[in-house]
Design a protein around this ligand. Structure first.
Ligand SMILES: [Zn+2]
Ligand SMILES: [Zn+2]
Length: 383
């Protein structure tokens, strides 16, 4: 007989007695049925033989006080879906039940059985299987930094409403000046194993709530939880090169854990402001610099600002087209690991919108001087 039998079979129904029937009633019912379905009286009747077996099995269990108690508990527990993964030591404590029946799955009836054992051996949904003190919660927050801070990294102050270690008891949960001792129920492990219906259940120790220690007098501020709600200001260092919208994980800066458990993490979503001159492109910075027509044509030394250092002078060669890009090495995003990026300067020839008389005369003269030049010659060459 296995636990599976216990769950599947209704021995009370088999004997036709109520669940609270006493030993006498069970004995009486069994005798009556045993006589009726005895193989000697029902030769060749397979159904009667089957029924006789059923009656005998029911009687064997229900007439034995200890086994009946086990049977009742297994039925009650399985009906409520309360099975949990047996913890360490389950094999030793299995009380002679056949666990292999459970694993095999052969002949698994439809109905609740599969669900019960899915929970039992499927493992790891973790519901209600908390072991020991709880890790702190993770927190989310956001912060805004300037463009330059995004490039260089920045130390930011983050104000967060969060669970923090209780300041009165320093997170121990004990009223200051009182003793904390090891839990005598679980010997400090935080877990106890309970034996029920042949299963060993590992569960958090109820005496210490899984903490392994007990406080004599709980802290009156946090009622022994060791955790109190607080507004905290956290100074955090954001790394170099944070991009707009990036989510940074600050390990251990989240909610405090229960005594003995680690704190959660803090996740910071960073908004990086735009810059009026520079745009980020990976590790490089880009910018657009206007050139006058004469600078582009004759060439010029042009002063260009950089994000960090002084302005640099860019040598624009004669005959530079609008849209040409120049590279200023090392003037991009600082990165101590992968090396600094570059500043990419794209020039754009500025066309004057208003001309004075003398400017107009100069341009007219230029036009006459270049009358022989056809800038669109390529469009109408040999096809
Ligand atoms: Zn406290
Ligand atoms: Zn305990």
């Amino acid at each position: 007989m296995s636990v599976k039998d216990f769950i599947e079979k209704d021995y009370y129904a088999a004997l036709g007695v109520p669940k609270n029937a006493d030993a006498d009633a069970i004995k009486k019912a069994y005798r009556k049925l045993a006589v009726e379905f005895h193989p000697d009286k029902n030769k060749g009747d397979a159904a009667a033989e089957e029924r006789f077996k059923e009656i005998s099995e029911a009687h064997a269990v229900l007439s034995d006080q200890a086994r009946r108690a086990e049977y009742d508990e297994v039925r009650a527990t399985s009906a409520s879906g309360g099975y949990r993964n047996p913890g360490a030591g389950a094999a030793g404590a299995s009380g002679g039940f056949d666990f292999s029946d459970l694993f095999g799955g052969a002949g698994s009836p439809s109905g609740g059985f599969g669900d019960v054992f899915g929970d039992l051996f499927g493992g790891g949904r973790g519901q209600g299987r908390r072991r020991g003190p709880r890790r702190g919660d993770d927190y989310e927050t956001q912060t805004s930094i300037s463009f330059v801070e995004g490039i260089d990294g920045a130390t930011v102050s983050l104000r967060i409403a969060t669970d923090a270690p209780c300041s009165v008891c320093a997170g121990s949960g004990a009223q200051p000046g009182t003793r904390i001792s090891q839990c005598g129920t679980c010997q400090g492990s935080g877990q106890v194993s309970r034996n029920a219906g042949g299963f060993a259940f590992a569960e958090p120790c109820s005496a210490c709530h899984g903490r392994g220690r007990v406080v004599e007098t709980p802290c009156s501020t946090c009622r022994g939880r060791g955790i109190a709600a607080q507004t905290r200001t956290i100074n955090a260092r954001l790394p170099q090169g944070v991009r707009d919208g990036q989510r940074i994980r600050l390990k251990g800066k989240g909610g405090a854990g229960e005594p003995g458990a680690p704190a959660g993490d803090l996740f910071v979503t960073v908004k990086v402001a735009a810059h009026k001159l520079f745009t980020r492109s990976g590790k490089n910075l880009t910018m657009t610099v206007p050139l006058s027509f004469s600078e582009a044509t004759l060439g010029a030394d042009v002063k260009v600002p950089t994000l960090h250092a002084d302005a640099v002078t860019l040598r624009i060669p004669a005959g530079t087209s609008s849209g040409k890009t120049f590279r200023v090495k090392g003037a991009g995003v600082k990165n101590s690991k992968t090396g600094d990026g570059d500043l990419l300067v794209t020039v754009e020839v500025a066309v004057p919108q208003r001309l004075t008389e003398s400017m107009k005369a100069a341009v007219e003269a230029f036009k006459d001087a270049t009358a022989e030049m056809d800038v669109r010659a390529d469009l109408f060459g040999e096809q």
